[in-house]
Design a protein around this ligand. Structure first.
Ligand code: ZN
Length: 262
């Protein structure tokens, strides 16, 4: 089964019906990450429409400044969410340094909750890679997906050592640096994503549709001298390992077990 471990389904507007159809048709297990509370509420509704969609709550670093004084509200949403994301730090694209303390405060709150409630996290790390690894270590949060990693190679290796999973996305088609990262990730920590619909929009000004995940799988197969079938199966098994015995994700485990590809 194809796995898209980082998608923003609430951003599709009119295309949503078509997107859900594609997800069902191609059987793409989809982790639907939130940007903030309204986005999460929307994703919960979307999640009711397909068993292949897993809505998760997070506050994106871009939105953190608005939530730094609303931790209790965040806490209630975390409790209702089976996993956590999108969360993280962005000291690269977010230029307003005044937001950095808020980003740190909100992220640490989420990481502490992930530890307490034993939920996996989906992380945006742009420019904050080392700090994020330090936090994961501090709270001993072992089940972490690092989304669209593009940071320094030494931190990548340290994150691999720690056991983080990594989603490779559409940029693997265009960037030599991302290709190098995609080769560095060991078989057992490799996952796939699209970051739809924005990932392709950012790279090529195209709205990313769910089947974009197939182009990622194909690119990985070529890079890693494998086949698309083997990459799909590997990623499937990795995602199953990530969520096995997770009391919040029994239903997802069952769905994935039913369509074991290898
Ligand atoms: Zn994202």
């Amino acid at each position: 089964m194809l796995i898209d471990a980082h998608v923003h389904l609430d951003k599709y507007a009119d295309l949503l019906d078509q997107v859900l159809q594609e997800i069902e048709q191609k059987r793409i297990f989809t982790v639907a990450t939130a940007m903030d509370i309204p986005s999460y509420l929307e994703l919960q509704k979307i999640g009711e429409r397909s068993e292949l969609v897993l809505p998760t709550f997070g506050v994106h670093p871009r939105r953190a400044a608005d939530y730094a004084d609303r931790l209790q509200e965040i806490g209630r949403c975390i409790e209702s969410s089976p996993a956590i994301g999108e969360i993280g730090l962005d000291f690269h694209w977010v230029k307003d340094t005044n937001t950095y303390p808020a980003q740190r405060k909100v992220l640490e709150y989420f990481i502490a909750a992930a530890r307490e409630q034993n939920k996996f996290v989906n992380l945006h790390t742009k420019g904050g890679e080392k700090e994020i690894l330090d936090l994961l270590e501090k709270y001993d949060v072992r089940r972490a997906i690092i989304h669209w990693y593009s940071g320094p190679m030494d931190i990548l290796r340290a994150m691999i050592q720690f056991g983080c999973y990594f989603t490779i996305g559409v940029e693997v088609l265009y960037s030599d640096y991302i290709k190098a990262i995609a080769k560095e990730i060991p078989d057992n920590l490799l996952l796939t994503e699209t970051d739809n619909p924005g990932g392709l929009k950012w790279l090529k000004n195209e709205i990313g549709m769910p089947t974009a995940i197939e182009t990622v799988v194909n690119a990985l197969a070529e890079l890693r001298q494998s086949t698309p079938e083997k990459i799909e199966s590997l990623v499937h098994l990795n995602f199953v390992r990530l969520i096995t015995n997770d009391p919040w994700l029994r239903e997802s485990c069952t769905i994935l077990a039913k369509s074991q590809t290898g």
